[in-house]
Design a protein. Sequence first.
Length: 229
Amino acid sequence: MGHPKAVLLDVDGTLVDSNDAHARAYVDALKAYGYDVPFEKVRPLIGMGGDKLLPQVIDVESDAPLREEIDARRGEIFKSRYLPDIKPFPGVRELLERLRRDGLTLVAASSAKEDEADALLERAGVADLIDARTSSDDAENSKPDPDILQAALERAGVSAQEALLLGDTPYDLQAAAPLGLGVVALRCGGWRDEDLLGALAVYDDPQALLAGYDASPLAPEPASAPGDV
């Protein structure tokens, strides 16, 4: 592909350091319903939707109302107990400002509920730089299904071949694959390189991506010099 026209932005673990907090909120919510699930069991599942995460840690596959109750409680706990302390990763605003200077459309593509995703973008200090937003409310199926990314592409008005996803989890890669959407991955969400196989490039965090921007898949193609063929 040539230079992308749009960048889809995962939020948790990509723009803000929130993955551990989400895992702790799940642990707290599960405990409120009588389930003692260790943090270490929940943490590797952060990045997928709650409807997919919860059946992997407790037996609620056939009890959709209970899943929804626990997930709603998790949201309440996250917003009241953890959200106020969420911080952006280094270089987030500077990276997004660079992307906008290069003419890229920026679409937040989060698995979170709309109000939670909006609050996280405020915590990241980049809400004013985002052209469009999608959340779990815009998708029938959560990550790692591709629905949220498809909705984000539609908001951006581009095809998958005209965009890239900036993400941090294997679930981002799994969601992007059926669409043919390229992924630039960040390690700051807590995954190792071997978990991010298939990414076009992997960087430590937004600041590292910004430092290596000119050689990254996000960089504009250099203008042809006179006489270039």
